[in-house]
Design a protein around this ligand. Structure first.
Ligand code: 1BN
Ligand code: ZN
Length: 346
């Protein structure tokens, strides 16, 4: 019996051998695989180099029990809105956790719809062997508009801060083979009245501006911001203002650890502490889960409590961040030094 394939199947079948030949014999990368910094320069007219170098050795892990314990201690401090007593308690608690580290305090006063408010970012530096910095970030304040409630931001503020401290535990006292790792604990992420460009992300706007003036931004090879990552039902979205190559590398890190199902969420656009850095061409990614409770119903409500969190989510996010740092180090020579922002909020 003879049978004839429909045209739509026959044509792909005819070109398949050609494609196969190309896959086997052609260089299908947009640039040749570089083996040195000089070879890695992107030829005119081609896309960015493929970040396909694999890290050597086993993956690293955070201690999720400690991350959860830190998160609980932060929640126990209570509300941490700017200008309140919790803000100072939080600063004192953080100083205590970081007393063995190199810490810079970036205190300033910000003009807000409720008048001048004191704010204080904390920056912790772990020195690497290679020139350049990987910056990790989290915000330490809680929602100002909920200041008269019991709201203590278990997921929104505490979880990512607890996670960064658990990452610091992994860095402390070790020789970091690769880029330096800095941690930024931002104050004043939350709006005082209503989220607008001028009423939000006070701490990160202040630091990004300061680091633009003194040239520090030029050293930052990647900024990894974590926010709302303690949700027991973890689903990190692909955030559209983030730098595309860094979002892709985040997904690669998650996939390497078999955790891609927690990172393959929908695409969303969120203004967060990464925006001032994206605007200044610092490659940045917001690692955020904006689906907290049914239709995000626990977000910015007194229902944002510890019982909604899971150490497993902190483990997954922390391990993926550590894997992303390994990938950034492995591909260090090929990383775009700065990435022009596109599609930012108007
Ligand atoms: C994240 C956590 N954000 C605030 N707290 C950023 C945000 C901005 C989320 C606007 C939703 C809307
Ligand atoms: Zn918030």
């Amino acid at each position: 019996m003879t049978s004839r394939l429909p045209y739509k199947y026959a044509v792909p079948l005819m070109v398949m051998p050609l494609l196969l030949l190309c896959v086997l014999g052609c260089s299908h990368d947009s640039v040749p695989a570089p083996s040195s910094a000089a070879a890695s320069q992107t030829p005119v007219g081609s896309g960015p180099p493929a970040l396909d170098a694999e890290p050597a050795g086993p993956a690293l892990h955070i201690d999720a029990g400690r991350a959860m314990q830190y998160t609980k201690e932060i929640v126990a401090i209570g509300p941490r809105w700017v200008g309140g007593s919790g803000q100072q308690k939080m600063a004192a608690w953080l100083r205590g956790k970081l007393k063995a580290d190199t810490v810079e305090e970036d205190a300033f006063e910000a003009e807000t719809p409720a008048g001048k408010k004191p704010m204080r970012n904390f920056i912790v530096r772990f020195q690497g062997t290679k020139e350049g910095v990987i910056l990790l970030g989290s915000h330490i304040d809680t929602n100002y508009t909920l200041r008269k409630t019991s709201y203590a931001g278990a997921n929104d503020g505490a979880s990512s801060t607890g996670l960064l401290l658990a990452i610091a535990d992994q860095m402390r006292g070790k020789k970091l083979e690769g880029f330096s790792v800095w941690l930024a604990f931002f104050d004043g992420e939350e709006a005082i009245d209503k989220w607008t460009k001028t009423d939000s992300i006070y701490g990160s706007r202040h630091l990004a501006e300061k680091w633009q003036k003194d040239g520090t931004n030029g050293k930052i090879r990647a900024f990894l911001l974590a926010d709302m990552i303690g949700d027991a039902d973890l689903n990190v979205e692909r955030e559209r203002f983030s730098t595309p190559w860094l979002s892709s590398l985040l997904m690669k890190a998650a996939t390497r650890l078999g955790q891609q199902s927690h990172f393959s969420g929908r695409e969303i656009s969120i203004e967060d502490d990464h925006i001032p850095f994206v605007q200044l061409n610092v490659p940045s990614v917001d690692i955020i889960d904006m689906d907290y409770g049914y239709h995000d119903s626990w977000h910015h409500t007194p229902d944002d409590t510890l019982d909604k969190l899971s150490p497993r989510s902190l483990q997954i996010t922390g391990d993926v961040i550590l894997e992303l740092i390994r990938l950034l180090n492995a591909n260090g020579d090929k990383l775009p030094a700065s990435t022009p922002a596109s599609g930012l909020p108007a």
